[in-house]
Design a binder for this molecule. Structure first.
Ligand SMILES: NC(=O)c1ccc[n+]([C@@H]2O[C@H](COP(=O)([O-])OP(=O)(O)OC[C@H]3O[C@@H](n4cnc5c(N)ncnc54)[C@H](OP(=O)(O)O)[C@@H]3O)[C@@H](O)[C@H]2O)c1
Length: 345
């Protein structure tokens, strides 16, 4: 029997990517494709890659409450209430926003708002590579931020090997990471052949990285690495994301220890690929997929590890990981609908 699912925020980049992925998924039926200002418009009027006569639905909480699972691809404001209401009614929810990723205290610090449902924060954190069992049993899953996914897949397995207080992360994102709404800095003349940093030193993903780099729900011991320095950049490509992470290694840690920790962590993971040290991953290798490629090298002059990690911000950084989580929550094969490999060149 197929499971019924709905997408709220289907007119946004994350929601439409879910629609694209679910078109190739035979165990779920997409019953609702809800939008806000775009309700009533044909899906194909915004997303020509999704042809057909289907129109965006209006958001109807009662209708959503009848479904097995709802994806919320909405800003954190609407997600805060929608997730709580659906969760209270017993509907499974995967929320792509930052509404339920942090503790209520962390949310107040990083989002500058009092969390209206502190008893639900944080929800189960949707990184199957680290919290698979929790995700499979969860009714509310917080899908991680895109930069956070990229950085943590490289850093978390190495955390016992690193010196606290030395982690620096440089992030670069394609512009679909900023969503579909038109903004001056996303206008073609501003963006093209241009590169710039933004959001440092208090980008919201900093707090999320710190929380989940150090929080051990059920995995092997993860040490507290203290404050993290994170600077994101916008690059003129539509999809794709890279983080380059730097940290000092504890005394006696060898390059072999670093590689072994990564290879062992991801040996059985379908979506994370560890490259040989000195091989640098390319964003195009994973665009259109749920994959992450990463590599680590040790610089003997500085005794630092340098980890480069790439994902598709709309794939493993948003819709792909959300579907991976939903598959687990619905008791399905985790990889269903996610078999595509990257589009290269
Ligand atoms: N883009 C990424 O790479 C990425 C990665 C990870 C996580 N995320 C997170 O995923 C969520 C969606 O991101 P996105 O990039 O897809 O954003 P987006 O392209 O701006 O789309 C936002 C969606 O939310 C809907 N929406 C806006 N205000 C709403 C409201 N008050 N009530 C209900 N629905 C509302 C919009 O509907 P209308 O268009 O019909 O108004 C649209 O469908 C965000 O929380 C974002 O932080 C995004």
């Amino acid at each position: 029997m197929t499971s019924s699912v709905g997408i709220v925020g289907a007119s946004g980049y994350g929601g439409a990517e879910l629609l694209r992925l679910l078109a190739g998924h035979h165990e779920v039926q997409v019953e609702v494709v809800a939008a806000h200002s775009q309700a009533g418009k044909p899906v194909s009027s915004l997303f020509p890659n999704l042809p057909g006569a289907r129109c965006f639905d209006a958001i109807d909480v009662d209708q959503l409450g009848e479904l097995d699972l709802v994806f919320l691809a909405t800003p954190h404001g609407p997600s805060l209430e929608l997730a709580a209401t659906l969760h209270a009614g017993g509907t499974k929810v995967v929320d792509l926003s930052g509404a339920y990723r942090l503790t209520a205290e962390g949310f107040a610090n990083w989002y500058g708002e009092v969390h209206p449902h502190p008893e639900l924060a944080p929800a189960v954190y949707g990184m199957p590579e680290f919290f698979r069992k929790d995700v499979a049993g969860a009714t509310l899953v917080a899908n991680p931020g895109c930069y956070v996914t990229t950085a943590l897949l490289g850093l978390r397995p190495l955390s016992p090997l690193l010196v606290p207080g030395t982690v620096i992360i440089d992030g670069k994102s394609g512009t679909s990471g900023a969503g579909r709404a038109a903004k001056d800095h996303l206008h073609h003349p501003h963006l093209t052949a241009n590169l710039g940093a933004y959001g440092a030193p208090a980008h919201r993903h900093t707090g999320e990285i710190e929380q989940w780099l150090t929080n051990d729900l059920d995995g092997p011991g993860v040490v507290d690495l203290g404050a993290v320095q994170f600077t994101p950049h916008l690059v003129p490509m539509s999809r794709g994301m890279q983080t380059t992470s730097y940290a000092n290694l504890r005394e006696g840690v060898s390059p072999q220890d670093v590689q072994q920790a990564l290879v062992e962590t991801y040996a059985d993971e379908p979506f994370v690929h560890v490259l040989a040290p000195g091989t640098f991953p390319l964003t195009k290798s994973v665009v259109g997929s749920n994959g992450c490629q990463l590599s680590a090298l040790v610089d003997p002059r500085t005794n630092r590890v340098v980890i480069t990690s790439v994902i598709d911000n709309l794939g493993k950084g948003a819709a792909g990981q959300a579907l991976q989580n939903a598959n687990l929550m619905l008791g399905l094969d985790e990889t269903l609908g996610l078999s595509a490999i990257g589009v290269f060149p």
